[in-house]
Design a protein around this ligand. Structure first.
Ligand SMILES: Cc1cc2nc3c(=O)[nH]c(=O)nc-3n(C[C@H](O)[C@H](O)[C@H](O)COP(=O)(O)OP(=O)(O)OC[C@H]3O[C@@H](n4cnc5c(N)ncnc54)[C@H](O)[C@@H]3O)c2cc1C
Length: 407
């Protein structure tokens, strides 16, 4: 059994950021990163398809909002290697398109439609002062009115997250822009969007490569400390021992885990309640399918709420990946009807689901593991809907916290 100071499970953005922080700042500390795939990058990997990069878990863009994170990342892929874009994302309404977010761009609809939507927003629960519901489905109608709920929010979310929206809570909805009736009305009168812009209002995408190139380089920087093809099968929290599918085992003083808790087949010596908490964690998967045609649009991506169409988003590659052609579509795995082919990539773990019971289960799980020197980090380690820049920020913070404990 190999023994190290730190064992990092998973080489996606979270694991790579934590491991590179160790490499840069703690030369005497021994560590290994165990990754089940053949290369680093996790959900942010890219592959070459039809002569250009394709992001195999879906469209990925680096937000400008975290300059400290980006300074850290630009060490591996300097800013000159990225193009900077102003976001152009649209919603396909069938016979016309409007900008995203929906409620800030009602002014782009035909006028009679604007009136219908405004009327519905005016009598939404939040504008009438009725109590805020605790479930996602009722919350959407309460907050945005029945028409926005029916035309976009409910069908789109049901396509992306799977049919069972009833299980979702509302605690995560601070991600959604908050636009009031008054603002929507002013927006229609002045013919311009109102409210807070969503994430990625400005973003970077590599000039010559896919998004995966950044993370591939971060993996390369780790040298022999990155072990690919190591799929973690068992974890013993009491002894901090990990066993992989190939029979190899490792032990560490601290384990930082960024892999889905459910992806570990067996937890040895682990409290029954904690196993139940892990069982409560839910997620969805996504298929990415490339289409070798150009689209007549300037949008970077387009949301497609129509339930009759299987995919929920179109990524217009030729509008952000220099020198490329074609686009790809993103579909919840449960809605995929087409046969797999060379231009289709399937990922079982893409969206952690914000179910009503999740916050309590995750809080108990992370606290139990922390007491044993095991730290959940990133989209899966914390089971949070984090973007890559946020997982890197979380990794930098965890590194500083543990460094502080050792000082
Ligand atoms: C469709 C889609 C679009 C997105 N768009 C954006 C975007 O535009 N911008 C952005 O910043 N973020 C975006 N994200 C989020 C981004 O993908 C995540 O924030 C980021 O990948 C999280 O990094 P992570 O390291 O926490 O997890 P992951 O990237 O999932 O990495 C986890 C790693 O663990 C490995 N692993 C899993 N099981 C095992 C095992 N048993 N043993 C060993 N290794 C294992 C996996 O192979 C993987 O490498 C998007 C996500 C999706 C799904």
């Amino acid at each position: 059994m190999e023994k190290v100071n730190y064992l990092i499970l998973g080489a996606g953005p979270a694991g790579l950021a934590f491991a590179n922080s160790l490499r840069e700042n703690k030369p005497g500390v021994s560590f290994l990163v165990l990754e089940k795939e053949g290369e680093a990058g996790g959900l942010c990997r890219s592959e070459e398809v039809d002569g250009s990069a394709l992001d195999i878990a879906g469209g990925h863009f680096l937000d400008v909002r975290r300059p400290e994170v980006n300074r850290f990342l630009f060490q591996f892929m300097p800013e000159e290697e990225w193009n900077l874009f102003d976001r152009d994302s649209r919603i396909d309404m069938g016979t016309y398109e409007i900008g995203h977010p929906f409620e800030a761009n009602i002014w782009q609809m035909p006028q009679e439609e604007q009136v219908r939507f405004l009327k519905s927003i005016a009598v939404a629960g939040c504008n009438l002062g009725t109590p805020m519901p605790e479930r996602f489905v009722e919350w959407v109608t309460w907050k945005l009115g029945d028409l926005v709920a029916e035309a976009y929010m409910l069908p789109y979310n049901s396509k992306m997250f799977g049919g069972d929206l009833e299980a979702l809570g509302t605690y995560w909805l601070n991600k959604l822009p908050n636009v009031s009736f008054e603002e929507t009305l002013l927006s229609c009168l002045n013919r311009k969007p109102y409210g807070t812009q969503p994430g990625h209002a400005q973003f970077y995408y590599p000039k010559k490569y896919g998004y995966g190139e950044l993370w591939r380089r971060m993996g390369e920087a780790l040298g022999d400390c990155l072990l690919c093809g190591k799929s973690v099968a068992k974890l013993n929290p009491e002894t901090r021992t990990v066993t992989c599918e190939d029979g190899s085992s490792f032990q560490a003083e601290r384990i930082v885990t960024t892999i889905p808790w459910k992806a570990v087949r067996e937890y040895e010596d682990c409290g029954k309640n904690i196993l139940e908490d892990i069982g409560k964690l839910r997620h969805t998967g996504t298929e990415i399918r490339y289409v070798a045609e150009n689209l007549d649009t300037k949008a970077h991506w387009i949301y497609v709420p129509d339930p009759a169409i299987s995919y929920h988003r179109i990524l217009v590659r030729h509008n952000f990946c220099a020198g490329s052609r074609g686009y790809w579509v993103e579909t919840n795995l449960d809605r995929v009807t087409e046969e797999p082919n060379a231009a289709a990539f399937r990922n079982e773990y893409t969206y952690p689901l914000n179910t009503i019971e999740k916050p309590a289960a995750v809080a108990r799980l992370l606290s139990y593991m922390r007491q044993r020197g095991i730290y959940g980090l990133g989209r899966w380690g914390e089971h949070e809907h984090y973007n890559s820049d946020l997982t890197v920020e979380r990794a930098m913070k965890l590194f500083q916290e543990l460094e502080g404990e050792d000082a």
